[in-house]
Design a protein around this ligand. Structure first.
Ligand SMILES: [Mg+2]
Length: 297
């Protein structure tokens, strides 16, 4: 059933006119470019296929993601990225304008919150300190006990708890590595609250990306249905099934942290009865299987 047959892949992608691509496990893995991904992205650019990189990365800003991609040979401008971090910053600007926020994130990541009122660690530690929201991203240097304790106290004092994402772990050059989802869950447990999650698998996160793609297509006088958009990811739940819940086609790739074993292990009830629309060996295979005739140039 979970075939990687090229003909089946072509059939599953028929009519797809725009792509959402996960970053880790699709374009890069453990800091290196996935084989064939550089040429695949260049082909999307050459053909003018609308695409966005939708990533739960919260470690660095979109500018840094773009620079890192360039080092690996990919020309992906910052505005092509939609990260859990950038979406969290946009959400906070809209939801808590001018209000104090306590953001646990790297200095580079905090640049996405430019113009917003961020509490310093000292301010957050003051007795009776208050914030409109505590926003937790991934940062090995900032996710300290002291900072988490500040976050905990602020939440007890009424701050809304927001997780940029809930990823438990990811692959780095050192191997499987703890991600900030573990800390978000720890804060929920300690404070007795439920965090709002901004990145994947939140449906709202996909809707922002869909709007961006529709903007691209509308600029050429076209329209784009959700069923004409495919999400490509290496995480069956966070990318594929969540994208399908948002009305997109879900394509599972085998270049990342999860493989066919993971797909087979996931019980049917955990997927809401859904199967990926397609399983592909890599992004390169997906781009090669796209039906370019359906794509207006
Ligand atoms: Mg991934």
């Amino acid at each position: 059933m979970h075939t990687t047959d090229p003909a089946a892949l072509r059939e599953a992608l028929r009519g797809v006119r725009a792509l959402l691509l996960d970053l880790d496990g699709v374009i890069v893995v453990a800091g290196n470019a996935v084989a064939g991904s550089v040429d695949a992205i260049a082909e999307l650019e050459r053909r003018g296929m609308p695409y966005r990189i939708v990533t739960n990365t919260s470690l660095v800003s979109r500018v840094s993601l773009s620079l890192h991609a360039a080092k690996l040979g990919n020309d992906i401008p910052p505005e092509r990225f939609q990260s859990a971090l950038s979406a969290s910053a946009a959400f906070a600007a809209k939801t808590f304008p001018g209000q104090p926020l306590y953001v646990i994130a790297s200095a580079d990541a905090r640049t996405e919150f430019a113009g917003q009122r961020l509490l310093s660690h000292v301010e957050a530690a003051e007795p009776g300190a208050r914030a409109a929201a505590v926003i937790v991203g991934d940062s090995p240097d900032e996710l300290t006990h002291a900072n988490l304790n500040r976050a905990f106290r602020l939440v007890r004092n009424g701050a809304r708890l927001i997780g940029m994402h809930r990823n438990p772990w990811w692959l780095t050059p050192d191997g499987p590595t703890l991600d900030s989802g573990a800390y978000v869950t720890g804060l929920e447990f300690a404070a007795g609250v439920r965090a709002q999650i901004i990145g994947k698998p939140a449906t709202a996160f996909f809707s922002i990306a869909v709007d961006a793609l529709r903007h691209d297509v509308a600029a050429r006088g076209g329209r784009l249905r959700r069923s004409e958009i495919a999400i490509v990811g290496d995480d069956i739940r966070t990318d594929v099934l969540a994208g399908q819940r948002a009305g997109l086609r879900g394509v599972f790739v085998l270049t990342g942290k999860h493989g066919l074993d993971e797909l087979a292990r996931l019980p049917a009830r955990g997927r809401g009865g859904r199967e990926p629309h397609a399983v592909a060996p890599s992004l390169a295979d997906i781009v090669a299987a796209l039906d370019w005739q359906d794509h207006p140039t």
